[in-house]
Design a protein around this ligand. Structure first.
Ligand code: MCN
Ligand code: SMO
Length: 787
């Protein structure tokens, strides 16, 4: 049974600004997060963490701790025999992956790595006990960055890997040599995208509760992917998946940070089994900053071959990403280097492209995924380069982009991605119009003469969304995912939607209810969405890569459609009417043309459950329980961000005055939620461009261990954000939905950096790194003046 677009998007809820059903509890502090869970006899864990970047663990003395009142256990690697390691399977043969012991196995490889765990009656006692664990380290030479990691004679982090190079992937499409030979201009940029962090308000957390009687483990974890987490921690815990239940309570933001597997995810349940009591661990902010995961650090060299008339002939990129000390499953260590080249042609019609994408391990915290994975640096550098080209050849950057823009129809890029149609050109036009681009340009020179340096930057983007099958494959992540949702109607007519796609703030409870209510013809008040529990929800690969709108629509939408068919058949039986004449809408079934006689969904449900009436229909066919599995091929969302900044050339301070964001995520499920997604991501994009950076010194010491050192945006740094919507339905997705959850983080940094370079264009400033803080701005002005 196929579902057409109108089946799914013509409803009363899909497309409407339905208020978030989550908000009353979130806003009033009634949501239950992991740390709100208290189990009887529960103990608390704290970790001893390495102060060294690279060292041999010579000896760990825990004697003093063992006798401490309130301490129940202290464990090191040797005590956890058979537990772990965390193993990441490379999706391609040319990508290596490291093994990671869950507690340091004779060696530590970054500051913050877990060495031992103490379990005690309270977190206070556990923390005090950690201080008394005496670890003797023998310092090893530190690999401070990816370039150093590849130098001959560099210390090798993982002996079994042979060297530190985790991946090197080359690809080229079109005649790249010819493109550069034929170019009238070649413009290059060497860019360093800084190391940042996802920084959710709620840190990570784990509770393990071993039931010795049934040999089963209950785990609570603030994960983005309960089913995948269960699959990935079962083997390291030596359990079958049926012995393991993963539950995810309310999550206070994740942004990718909670989509990896971490040592604590395994250690906490493992020690619960050892001590025979429930154990809780909630990450503190130091642990979150130092030892969960970082993101996006990469060096990218990119060059563009340009014809006399401004046509982009070819683009070449070479990158080297610094993924820290370990591969993190399921996304591995190469995701920044591969992601950033996948998007290297952007919205431009470029006949030739080539890349070399490399990754080399260092003594830093592992890189995980963070909103806009790989595409943030790739997009940023490409858009910075396009502005450099415009300045080099004396063209307006918007006109130059429009000249080289692909059509709004489907388009195969020369390097891999196959866009399925969008508003590549229209979004650029709309965003610049909304920002009053022409007006800003007209006022700019006069303002400059008055000493006010105003700049405007644009950043059109395309983003892959809905990872499942095709889209992952064409981007170099072979592997099909599997997602199921189920819908059941209870005897009182209330409706369960069960989905393993659990929300961390994206409002799935609301948008999935919209989908189900429209698909069934029910009232949204009757729908309850259940998420985040491996026992009651069917398998889902999880929430990341902006996949839930697409996957949710396909799975929930299809199940709802089938449920409606069953309800109509049952109602026809009850109303003694022909199936084709029965309609169901807003929870009521009736014969078309005779709306006075109705059967509510509750009537139909009672008929099936208690009335024996279902015998008229085949009982199996008429059962009010439906599951649907689907994996649509994904779709490319697109849009354009424009930023306007004012730069104080005396202090280097950058004020972002205005951001315009136009997105095209196909059919919108809920425009209000789309706007919330855009606003949050734009804020994170501003942080990425101007403020945030995890820093290490040459010795591998971690320099951003508190929120005094790691700066992130507050309301003071976030301007008014004007949002424009375009809707180009995805052709291959039921309902035409595309994802958009990451767009702002992908596109905003490029817009902000371009705006800064534009403001400072009288000095000839070129931007080549993030974040762009005040002192760096002053340096850039000095550099440009000297040059
Ligand atoms: N939506 C919509 N119409 C569309 C597309 C999406 O109304 N055409 C709605 C969806 O129904 C969903 C939300 O917008 O409620 C985001 O949808 P989607 O783009 O499919 O992304 P996901 O739901 O899969 O969320 C993942 C994405 C990612 S990858 C990161 S990282 C991120 C993000 O979402 N982390 C977030 N947004 C976040 N927002 C919050 N509050 N917290 C996070 O941790
Ligand atoms: S970083 Mo988002 O969870 O793909």
């Amino acid at each position: 049974r196929s579902m057409t677009q109108s089946d799914m998007s013509a409803g009363r809820y899909v497309g409407a600004r339905v208020a978030r059903s989550e908000d009353p509890r979130l806003m009033r502090g009634l949501a239950r997060y992991l740390d709100d869970i208290e189990l009887p006899r529960m103990l608390h864990a704290a970790f001893v963490r390495s102060p060294m970047a690279h060292a041999r663990v010579v000896q760990i003395d825990v004697e003093e701790v063992r006798g401490m009142p309130g301490v129940v256990g202290v464990f090191t690697h040797g005590d956890l025999a058979g537990v772990g390691p965390i193993q990441a399977i490379g999706p391609r043969p040319e990508i290596k992956s490291s093994l990671r012991a869950v507690l340091a196995d004779g060696k530590v490889r970054f500051v913050g790595e877990a060495v031992a765990v103490v379990v005690a009656e309270s977190r206070y006692i556990a923390e005090d006990a950690c201080e008394l664990v005496d670890v003797e380290y023998e310092q090893l030479r530190v690999v401070a960055n990816a370039r150093a990691a590849l130098e001959p004679g560099a210390p090798i982090l993982h002996a079994d890997l042979g060297d530190n190079r985790i991946s090197r992937i080359e690809r080229s499409g079109g005649d790249i040599d010819h493109a550069f030979a034929a170019a009238a201009h070649v413009v290059k940029v060497s860019f360093h995208h800084g190391r940042v962090g996802a920084l959710p308000l709620e840190t990570r957390g784990v509770i393990g509760d071993w039931d010795a009687g049934t040999s089963t483990m209950r785990v609570w974890n603030s994960s983005q992917m309960p089913h995948l987490l269960r699959a990935l921690i079962a083997a390291p815990l030596g359990l079958a998946e049926t012995q393991l239940e993963v539950m995810v309570p309310a999550v206070g933001g994740a942004f990718g940070l909670k989509a990896s597997v971490y040592p604590e995810d395994i250690v906490v349940p493992a020690v619960s089994r050892l001590v025979g009591r429930p154990v809780k661990w909630v990450e503190d902010r130091y642990e979150n900053l130092a030892a969960s995961s970082h993101a996006k650090e990469i060096d990218i060299d990119m060059e563009m071959a340009v014809a006399e008339d401004g046509t982009f002939l070819g683009v070449r990129a070479k990158n080297l990403s610094d993924p820290g000390a370990y591969s993190m499953p399921p996304f591995q260590a190469h995701h920044e280097s591969l992601g950033s080249v996948n998007c290297m042609t952007g919205i431009y019609d470029i006949a030739a492209a080539s890349y070399v994408a490399e990754t080399a391990l260092t003594n830093k915290a592992p890189l995980g995924v963070y909103r806009g994975v790989g595409w943030t640096p790739g997009q940023t550098v490409r858009e910075v380069l396009v502005d450099d080209v415009a300045r080099a050849i004396g063209r307006d950057p918007v006109e130059l982009r429009l000249q080289n823009c692909i059509p709004d129809t489907p388009y195969d890029s020369v390097i891999g991605p196959r866009y399925d149609g969008g508003s590549y050109r229209r979004s650029l036009e709309l965003a610049t119009e909304m920002a009053d681009y022409r007006g800003i340009r007209e006022r700019q020179i006069e303002q400059r003469n008055q000493g006010k340096y105003v700049g405007v930057g644009v950043s059109p983007y395309v983003e892959p969304t809905g990872f499942g099958g095709r889209i992952g494959n064409e981007l170099g992540y072979p592997g099909e995912y599997y997602d199921t949702a189920s819908i059941s109607i209870q005897a009182d007519g209330s409706i369960y939607v069960m989905s393993g796609l659990n929300s961390q703030g994206q409002s799935h409870e609301t948008t999935f209810a919209q989908l189900a209510a429209d698909g069934i013809g029910a009232r949204i008040e009757e729908v309850r969405v259940v998420q985040g529990d491996t026992k009651s929800t069917p398998f889902s690969a999880g929430v990341y890569a902006s996949r839930s709108a697409l996957i949710g629509a396909a799975t929930i939408g299809r199940a709802a459609h089938e449920m409606k068919r069953r309800l109509v058949a049952l109602a026809a039986d009850m109303l003694e009417a022909n199936v084709d004449d029965v309609e169901i809408t807003h929870g009521k079934a009736f014969v078309r043309g005779a709306p006075e006689v109705v059967k509510t969904i509750a009537d139909i449900a009672a008929y099936v459950h208690w009335g024996g009436g279902a015998a008229a229909v085949d009982l199996e066919e008429g059962a009010l329980s439906v599951s649907s599995s689907a994996a649509p091929g994904g779709s490319y969302g697109n849009g354009c961000v424009v930023a306007v900044v004012v730069v104080d050339i005396e202090t280097g301070k950058i004020q972002v005055e205005k951001v315009v964001s136009v997105e095209d995520c196909g059919t919108m499920l809920n425009p209000m939620i789309v706007e919330g997604q855009v606003a949050g991501a734009v804020a994170q994009g501003i942080g990425d461009a101007l403020l945030e950076e995890h820093q290490y010194n040459e010795d591998g010491a971690f320099m951003s261990a508190s929120l005094l050192d790691y700066l992130y945006p507050s309301t003071m740094e976030i301007p008014d954000i004007a949002i424009g919507h375009l809707e180009t339905p995805a052709p291959g997705v039921p309902g035409g939905f595309k994802g958009l959850g990451e767009a702002g983080v992908i596109a905003t940094p490029g817009a902000v950096l371009n705006a800064v370079a534009d403001a400072l264009s009288p000095f000839g400033v070129r931007v080549h790194s993030t974040p762009l803080g005040p002192s760096k701005v002053l340096d850039l002005i000095d550099e440009a003046r000297e040059a």
